[in-house]
Design a protein around this ligand. Sequence first.
Ligand code: IMP
Ligand code: MG
Length: 178
Amino acid sequence: MKNDIERVLISEDEIITAVKKIAKQIESDYEGKDVLFVGLLKGSVAFMSDLIKAYTKPCSIDFMDVSSYGSGTQSTGRVNIIKDLSQSIEGKDVVIVEDIIDSGNTLSFIKSYFNAKKAKSVRICTLLNKPSRRVVEIDVDYIGFDVPDEFVVGYGLDYNEYYRNLPYVGILKRCVYS
Ligand code: IMP
Ligand code: MG
């Protein structure tokens, strides 16, 4: 696995520090409110797990699985719901937890879906952000790191379902996918 990584972009320590900082920020923004964290499967699992462990105020979690990518490295622009929420989010303060925002297609779809389901508020929290690749304008409330236009894996992020278990975020060698 390691041989497929061009270089480590964000180390395990840097990730943990950033995740704790985001957890503190959300705690102060949602003072006195219960937060529902909704993680997007499967890329957000590592981030979600560390984020909720760093979060010390009342909260609950749920997951959704949507697809827009298939097995390639490019967004198709179409979003399908594979697994829906397991509860009503009406009247709830929702924070969407995502691994990476690329084109923005996934998050813009989810945000309007949650607004249609009458969430009280919807904010977006992403570990990684690739601003140079944005196709759809979206407001991102919490960002761990801006990353360059490279295909990255690890800490939940995959290529063809592999590399999610790397504890850091690394740039995948181009020869692996081209
Ligand atoms: P978007 O809809 O184009 O913003 O794509 C978001 C989804 O694409 C993420 O949840 C990831 O699953 C996937 N994705 C985008 N860029 C990368 C990357 O560099 N590595 C791994 N997955 C990526
Ligand atoms: Mg993915």
